[in-house]
Write a protein that binds this ligand. Structure first.
Ligand SMILES: Cc1cc2nc3c(=O)[nH]c(=O)nc-3n(C[C@H](O)[C@H](O)[C@H](O)COP(=O)(O)OP(=O)(O)OC[C@H]3O[C@@H](n4cnc5c(N)ncnc54)[C@H](O)[C@@H]3O)c2cc1C
Length: 323
């Protein structure tokens, strides 16, 4: 019997095989769970479980997970603070990796003045620590409920500032496990997008503080931005802006103009405070939100001839496959 023939008779590797292979090498500090519910790890609070969920404690364990996932042909998905995600009701059949371990949340001012921020650091903590250190220019990030990793992937922005305005260099690991440090100049960064991080995983970044200022001055600016947010954004669970602003103007204004504030599918509702937000009234499902997104797109297309493109991500799936 030829080898090829023997191989066709072998069963396909299973999730159990993957788990056995990684468990052998992972340190005890690394969290590895099956069927972990993801909805509670997102700001929208919808969606099912991850087949496998891991919080690697260090780079070696992260690389081991990547290597084995590749070996077994399993998809890997990064999870930050889940503030820009719709998790499908059925969950994701993949290896979801979160850099929630404290070692990925560092904020360190380097001797050359640059600031190292780990990808797992919350933007809110970045702002707080920068304020304490008298480093100005990060205030615009304060109300964005994401992590550094998610903000790099999305080139998050607010109040006229963008994440990549303050980035000098990104440290990442490729799906093949290769560690790279890439200067901003070589990265392909756009509106809510960093091409290199579509596949690679951001481990952290070196930031350049635009200016120095007294902590009280920085705090004053943060409070101004906080006030603006409180006045213009809903308090209920959401994933932030659902659509990117089209070249024609503000997506929120367009949705409002076609009369969709308050439109509802199940417990998913177009916010009356900001029409580009869909809020979860309590027990919305991912299917409700997707249906509401379809309604909004169809109405805006019909009334204005504009095709709204989602800014929010559908976890593990492409919008074009469901819209
Ligand atoms: C109330 C509210 C207000 C918001 N306001 C703003 C705003 O003003 N401006 C703005 O830009 N956004 C805003 N958002 C959206 C969201 O907070 C940002 O997009 C944020 O950058 C997402 O970060 P995250 O850590 O939550 O990423 P997640 O939502 O967890 O993930 C987003 C994407 O990043 C990827 N990712 C996560 N971590 C990594 C990593 N380490 N390496 C590579 N890829 C990674 C994920 O796979 C996913 O594709 C808002 C959201 C809410 C709920």
């Amino acid at each position: 019997m030829s080898t090829a023939k023997i191989n066709t008779l072998l069963p396909a590797p299973t999730w159990e095989d993957f788990l056995r292979a990684v468990r052998r090498g992972l340190r005890p500090a690394t969290k590895l769970l099956e069927y972990e519910l993801l909805g509670a790890k997102t700001t929208m609070r919808v969606g099912g479980p991850a087949r496998v969920y891991a919080e690697p404690a260090d780079l070696e364990d992260l690389r081991l997970l990547l290597r084995q996932a590749k070996e077994f042909g399993l998809p890997v998905l990064m999870l930050g603070r889940g503030s820009n995600l719709i998790i499908p009701d059925a969950g994701v059949e993949g290896v979801v990796i979160s850099l929630a371990h404290p070692d990925w949340q560092k904020f360190t001012v380097q001797p050359d003045g640059r600031i190292w921020v780990g990808a797992g650091l919350r933007l809110k903590n970045l702002c707080g620590l920068a304020t304490k250190a008298g480093l100005a220019g990060f205030e615009f990030l304060e109300g964005i409920p994401g992590s550094v990793g998610g903000a790099l992937r999305m080139n998050a922005g607010a109040m006229g500032g963008w994440m990549f305005d303050v980035v000098e260099e990104v440290q990442l690991v490729t799906p093949q496990g290769e560690l790279q440090e890439l200067k901003k100049a070589v990265l392909h960064v756009d509106y809510r997008h960093c091409a290199e991080l579509q596949e690679a995983i951001a481990l952290g970044a070196y930031l350049q503080a635009p200016a120095a200022a007294a902590a009280t001055t920085i705090r004053g600016q943060i409070e101004t931005y906080q006030k603006k947010r409180v006045e213009s954004q809903p308090r209920e669970p959401s994933a932030g802006c659902i659509f990117k602003n089209p070249p024609e103007g503000s997506a929120g204004q367009l949705i409002d103009a076609v009369g969709l504030k308050g439109e509802r599918v199940g417990d998913a509702e177009v916010s009356a405070v900001h029409a580009n937000f869909i809020i979860n009234r309590g027990s919305a499902t991912s299917a409700d939100i997707i249906e509401l997104i379809k309604i909004i797109r169809a109405r805006v297309r019909r009334a204005r001839g504009i095709e709204l493109e989602p800014e929010v991500m559908l976890y593990g799936q492409a919008w074009k496959d469901v819209l």
